[in-house]
Design a protein. Sequence first.
Length: 326
Amino acid sequence: MGIITLLKNLLAIFTERSARKPAASDGFSGTGSLPGRELLDMLDNSQDVIYYFLIDPEPKFIYLSPAIDVWLGEGTAAAAMQDPSVPFSLVHPEDRPKMDDKVSGQVDYSEPLIQRWRDRDGVYHWFEERMTPLYQDGRLIALQGVTRNIDGRMDYQQQLEYQATHDALTGLHNRTYFDSVMELLDQEVADQAGLIVLDVDKLKTVNDRNGHDAGDVLLQRGARFLKRFAAEQTTVARIGGDEFTILVRGADTHRIMDGFMEILSDELARYNAVHAGEELHLSYGCAFTEHSIGNMGRLFRTADQEMYRHKAERQHDGTGSRCMPV
């Protein structure tokens, strides 16, 4: 027998029970052998959170299975039976509107509802809820539903999302993520944008002399150094074998990029002074634009060309890099 069928049968018993004065042998009293007691035993032993929530004439739980205590802490079910606002106080603030819409008939009840609830330790758990509305004379009077914990599924989904957007070797954003941000700024979001393209020098020499494992270590050192520049409006990514990018966007990007190259050079010099024998050598080029729409491809090409110019000139006379307007 499915849980929804159990709930429907339980609802019929509730309805019958509310129409008459309960007898001492009623199945909900803990004695006797009526079907109600058997149904409750089956629901109580379910690993899912099962409920019957009355909305009209007054909000209250008619039934809430003890499985909720497993996830949110002992006594949660009893507290909610006494005070129907308890689940609303435990839901994640971002998910509270979903709860309000659910009890006011403003959701599509054919679709599952994903939400987070807080346990007694302050940890939020993911749940998927499937519910059936009950109407009387066109009014929403109750909800019955099944809520299942999906922490494992959400963790796996987040791992997949992370793997899809991050470089496995360095932990930085990858080329896929970088391209998606570039496309967004090029086609949809008008903003200022600055881009630094960087190349880890001597990677091929390290690979040839010491093997690719040593080359991977060099790339990881470069990534750790560049992570210090990551911020809300600054994306650091590895987009190729030895190629990295720093993408800056938002207001005042022009002003920021003016000083970024000097800061990058100073930070690199300090890093190498501390890591004697493990120095990091980078070539880099910079470009910026006041208007990102339609200009991100040219921004990348300009910064890339500046990186190669910086690499060639630095090898001859130590010339520094500059940030070019696009």
